[in-house]
Design a protein around this ligand. Structure first.
Ligand code: G3P
Ligand code: MG
Length: 372
């Protein structure tokens, strides 16, 4: 990690000058909308760097490696960033080290980019729906129109799909992940459904147990169904279109409906991370504290991080999460809602922010004053 010029400046900072506050910025609807920077975003981040006030980017977005996302944002915002300053929706999956040697299905997003992100976390056997439909086009007949696209980056499967086989040389999915908003909901939903209804994750098989509502636990048996992980609960997000667009939470809701119709109401246990969940905020605070320590060299017991300002556009994720977050590390998070994203002025936000400001620069100026 080559120290950045402004980082060298921080490391000479005397302990007394280490601020007791920091920022967490949501990305979509706060710093950018689709690929367009929002007014004041670059200025706000540059101001904090000049004032030596640490910040991280905490997004329910993703679909690419942290390296690629940071590079994109550096170019869009003309601000020096590095991967220690970002938490994407799927970044916390890196901690699932017990699955790193297993075979995992990573659905959603641009398959090759999500595959690389998972491999960067340490997952050694990452399979995508694109790899599967490239190898077995009949698995979802309606994806044939996209086959040339999938073929352009699909990887060979680690093992073949052997119909009705649970032998060791058949492809077995040990866990299912959705890393980002699926592009082809039909393909992703069908491959995930196949995995969840299979005999212990062997694609091409059907378990009599999974989905069988007559069973005592309504058809879900841990020992036979690969666990399902979603990275982002957002039903809506702010893009370059004037109306908010469906996010990964929309796909989750659609899949729940599909599962219920297919199984007649069998349980579908799933793990959903991302804002507003406590675990995601704890992961983000650990990353913020590590980044702060990197900036200032040693951070002692006399340099506590007392206050984090969470600047967001979505009451359901950014505001709810900051309001409900109980830090195990001793900080207090203050929610700041701004008007440039999902929430529309004139409506009552589903979760009450500490304060509402116009845009990200206005929010930073308010917070810097509030922190004094
Ligand atoms: O997929 C991105 C969307 O869910 C929202 O991202 O940056 O507003 O948390 P963000
Ligand atoms: Mg947002």
């Amino acid at each position: 990690q080559i120290p950045l010029p402004w980082r060298r400046q921080y490391q000479t900072t005397p302990a007394s000058a280490i601020p007791d506050h920091a920022f967490a910025f949501d990305i979509d609807g706060v710093l950018v909308r689709s690929s367009a920077p929002l007014p004041g975003a670059s200025q706000a981040l540059k101001y904090l760097q000049a004032q030596r006030i640490p910040f991280i980017l905490l997004t329910n977005g993703g679909g690419k490696s942290e390296e690629e996302r940071v590079s994109d944002l550096q170019n869009k915002l003309d601000v020096e960033l590095d991967t220690s300053m970002i938490v994407q929706s799927h970044t916390p999956f890196a901690d699932l080290t017990d699955l790193h040697d297993k075979t995992v299905l990573v659905a959603g997003g641009d398959y090759d980019k999500c595959q690389l992100a998972a491999q960067n976390y340490g997952f050694k056997n990452v399979v995508t729906p694109g790899d599967i439909v490239n190898a077995y086009p009949d698995i979802w007949p309606f994806s044939k129109v996209f086959l040339d696209y999938y073929k352009s980056f699909a990887k060979p499967l680690p093992k073949p799909i052997i119909p009705h086989s649970t032998s060791a040389d058949a492809l077995k999915i040990d866990a299912v992940f959705v890393y980002n908003d699926p592009r082809d909901w039909g393909l992703d939903a069908h491959i995930i459904l196949d995995a969840l209804l299979s005999e212990s994750g062997y694609l091409g098989t059907v378990s009599k147990k999974n989905g069988n509502v007559s069973l005592p636990n309504k058809g879900y048996l841990q020992d036979s169904q690969p666990p399902l992980y979603y990275s982002n609960p957002d039903m809506w997000w702010a893009t370059s279109y004037h109306l908010s667009r469906l996010g990964q939470g929309g796909f989750t809701a659609a899949f729940d409906g599909l599962w219920n119709s297919v199984t007649g109401g069998a349980q579908l246990p799933k793990t959903i991370i991302g804002k507003p969940h406590q675990e995601t905020y704890e992961f983000a605070e650990r990353r913020l504290r590590a980044h702060r320590k990197q900036l200032f060299g040693q951070v002692g017991l006399n340099d506590p991080l007392r206050r984090v300002y969470m600047i967001g556009d979505n009451p359901e994720s950014d505001i709810q999460g900051a309001n409900n977050y109980r830090s195990p590390y001793g900080s207090h998070w203050t929610s700041v809602l701004i008007k440039t994203g999902v929430w529309k002025e004139g409506t009552v936000p589903a979760h009450k922010p500490h304060v509402i400001r116009e845009n990200v620069l206005d929010a930073v100026q308010w917070a810097v004053e509030d922190a004094k």
